[in-house]
Ligand binder design. Structure first.
Ligand SMILES: *[C@@H]1O[C@H](CO)[C@@H](O)[C@H](O)[C@H]1NC(C)=O
Ligand SMILES: *[C@@H]1O[C@H](CO)[C@@H](O)[C@H](O)[C@H]1NC(C)=O
Ligand SMILES: *[C@@H]1O[C@H](CO)[C@@H](O)[C@H](O)[C@H]1NC(C)=O
Ligand SMILES: *[C@@H]1O[C@H](CO)[C@@H](O)[C@H](O)[C@H]1NC(C)=O
Ligand SMILES: *[C@@H]1O[C@H](CO)[C@@H](O)[C@H](O)[C@H]1NC(C)=O
Ligand SMILES: *[C@@H]1O[C@H](CO)[C@@H](O)[C@H](O)[C@H]1NC(C)=O
Length: 584
């Protein structure tokens, strides 16, 4: 029996063409790197801490919106601007940004959601300000923040495998950079704020549905410990926006919404690609030097290999990012090069989804018939995107550096596999390294696939169950483990796992449970949960958006309201019939 599974390598969670990774002694418990990236969940907050996070009184915040200043100087001084003005669609050359003013949304406007963590923790603002009319105007494009000179970014990209030419911010406006009290610099962007020179055939708007999804998911990902852009606020309007929700010709009138989102940088692989493709090599160099200077402080500007080191950093960080997506079953949905950040954070939340039954072929975008962006294909797609990044860098690399860069890219698969191995070992509470660990993990995933066991809850329930209950296979109220245990080989796997755990010296069952509950979330933004919140939001009832936002801010802590709402229970039957609404 065991032989069948031995053949199953990590390819189950990775891309099938990758070579299986050797089991390396790379993660000893003394190695700080083993835990450095292990999410915000390293220290699990108590229920009291969760409550106080929401009622904490922050001193030293800004109490007057007129004192909140942003600046566009750095970007405007670093790069030439589009010489043409106005929001009409055009081909733009020799610049990275066009001046573009947001188009105010038609009122009345409503504040549908706001992130206290971002408002206070990043923007230094008093939460009370979010209730003011000025705030609504500032974060929906009706008024410009002091210091703001709004810009739309020109970029290109490979979409679904092919070069798509000029793309650019078609419905987003960069408002400015904010330097906060912690000394961090954040770039503020409105999404859904109207036409820009890059709108192509679009209307520059975003609807409530897609905006609720972006707001909730980017915040949820942050609290899961996955690098991501953040969302500060969600404003909904009465402005009619017509969308073909499933690309099937059924037009529907929805309402416009705007999200204020933040990232340390919004530059993408496509930002470099467009410059390389149109032969704007000086500008390509300028942009690279800027990004390295601002965001890659470990790279010296005088290093002749700086672009190579930059590439190597992005390759590594992208491998780590995608491994983290896999650790929570996140499928981005549109991994085009223009949706891939140069800082390797998750950006551009569109038709994403969290995998429910474990299935490497899970595709969140129902129109993606070929499954190009299935959850299990993401590692491979990451490699494709990094190949395109290398092509964009080639004009500024020597021939020798180009060869070295290819070798770096070859190392991507190993980096990815090592990280995945580390993550799944942690998800199973394993310490140290045993030569059978890869098999133990692959065997479990294979059983999950066969039984369609829920990805999130299988790992969560393995974290919560005691070794004794496991031994007795007492899965009362553990619905995911109950499903898994129907597998004909379940007891073989269980014996291996229990034996492996029993060999861990200096470990107790309680310690194991605690380690595991710190890395295996109990709540993720399942599609049906988002959908229920969206339906209410479309009727101006934002209570469920708020509830989800609150709960997903502590995804590793069991919460009464979440349990009452059934967020950790077997998904309701209607959830099976849902399709992801793609258009945004
Ligand atoms: C919280 O801050 C507000 C000002 O934002 C202040 O009026 C209030 O007294 C503070 N409350 C506590 C408990 O410190
Ligand atoms: C790769 O990236 C991860 C995550 O940011 C980091 O912890 C690690 O040190 C990096 N490794 C190398 C070799 O740069
Ligand atoms: C991702 O990129 C595609 C173009 O490749 C773009 O149409 C889409 O809007 C982007 N997704 C999101 C959610 O912004
Ligand atoms: C979903 O996939 C289809 C088919 O590949 C593609 O045309 C569409 O743009 C995708 N949806 C989004 C939002 O990217
Ligand atoms: C199963 O485990 C639960 C605790 O979760 C316990 O209350 C119950 O008595 C156990 N059942 C059996 C048959 O051991
Ligand atoms: C267990 O703990 C003891 C004492 O702290 C230590 O000497 C020993 O190396 C530990 N063993 C393992 C396998 O970590």
């Amino acid at each position: 029996m065991w032989g069948i599974y031995r053949a199953l390598v990590f390819a189950l969670v990775a891309a099938s063409s990758f070579t299986p990774v050797r089991v390396l002694e790379f993660c000893q418990s003394t190695d700080p790197d083993c835990h450095s990236h292990d999410t915000a969940s390293d220290v699990q907050p108590s229920p009291e801490a969760v409550k106080s996070r929401w009622s904490r009184n922050v001193s030293n915040v800004i109490h007057d919106l007129d004192e909140f200043k942003v600046s566009c100087k750095k970007l405007m001084e670093a790069f030439p601007l589009d010489e043409v003005d106005g929001n009409f669609v055009r081909t733009v050359k020799n610049c990275l940004f066009s001046k573009s003013f947001p188009t105010p949304l038609k009122g009345p406007l409503r504040l549908a959601a706001v992130s206290k963590d971002v408002i206070e923790g990043i923007l230094d603002l008093d939460m009370a300000l979010t209730q003011s009319d000025d705030f609504l105007q500032y974060v929906s494009g009706g008024k410009l923040l002091p210091g703001s000179e709004p810009l739309a970014h020109r970029y290109g990209g490979h979409q679904f495998g092919y070069w798509a030419g000029q793309l650019g911010d078609g419905r987003a406006h960069f408002l400015g950079q904010y330097s906060n009290r912690k000394g961090e610099i954040w770039e503020l962007q409105l999404k859904g704020s109207g036409k820009t020179p890059y709108s192509r055939s679009g209307d520059g708007r975003a609807v409530i549905r897609s905006s609720v999804r972006e707001f909730l998911c980017s915040e949820a990902m942050h609290f899961l410990g996955v690098p991501t852009s953040r969302a500060a606020s969600l404003i909904v309007s009465e402005e009619p926006v017509v969308r073909d929700q499933f690309y099937n010709g059924n037009m529907k009138t929805e309402r416009g919404a705007v999200v204020l989102r933040l990232a340390k940088s919004w530059f993408r692989i496509g930002s470099l690609e467009i410059l390389a493709q149109s032969g704007e090599i000086d500008l390509l160099r300028t942009l690279l030097n800027f990004i390295i200077g601002e965001h890659f402080s470990h790279i010296s500007s005088s290093d002749p290999d700086k672009y190579l080191v930059f590439y190597s950093t992005v390759v590594n960080e992208t491998a780590h990012l995608i491994a983290q997506w896999m650790s929570v079953g996140f499928a981005h949905g549109v991994c085009n090069t223009d949706n891939f950040s140069l800082l390797s954070i998750t950006i551009d939340y569109g038709p994403f989804g969290f995998m429910e039954p474990y299935d490497p072929n899970f595709v969140p975008n129902t129109s993606d018939d070929e499954g190009r962006y299935s959850v299990g294909a993401q590692a491979q797609v990451g490699m494709f995107n990094l190949e395109k990044l290398l092509a964009a860098l080639s004009p500024v690399l020597t021939v020798k550096q180009q060869k070295q860069a290819k070798i770096i890219l070859k190392g991507y698969a190993d980096l990815y596999h090592m990280r995945i191995h580390q993550i799944f070992k942690a998800k199973l509470g394993l310490l140290g390294e045993d030569e059978d660990d890869s098999d133990l993990i692959a065997f479990l995933l294979k059983m999950m696939e066969d039984t369609r066991a829920d990805f999130t809850m299988t790992f969560r329930q393995l974290s919560e169950v005691s070794a004794e209950q496991l031994h007795d296979m007492n899965f009362t109220q553990m619905w995911a483990l109950d499903d898994l245990s129907t597998h004909e080989h379940f007891s073989d796997w269980l014996n291996m796992y229990l034996l492996r755990l029993s060999r861990q010296q200096n470990d107790t069952d309680l310690d194991r449970q605690q380690r595991m509950t710190n890395v295996n979330p109990r709540y993720v933004l399942r599609n049906w949960m988002a959908e229920a919140a969206i339906r209410k939001a479309e009727m101006n009832d934002f209570s469920e958006v708020e509830l989800l936002h609150h709960i997903l801010s502590s995804p590793f802590v069991t919460q009464e309201t979440a349990e009452e709402a059934g967020y950790a229970a077997r998904p309701p039957l209607w959830a099976k019939r849902l399709k992801v609404s793609c258009s945004s």
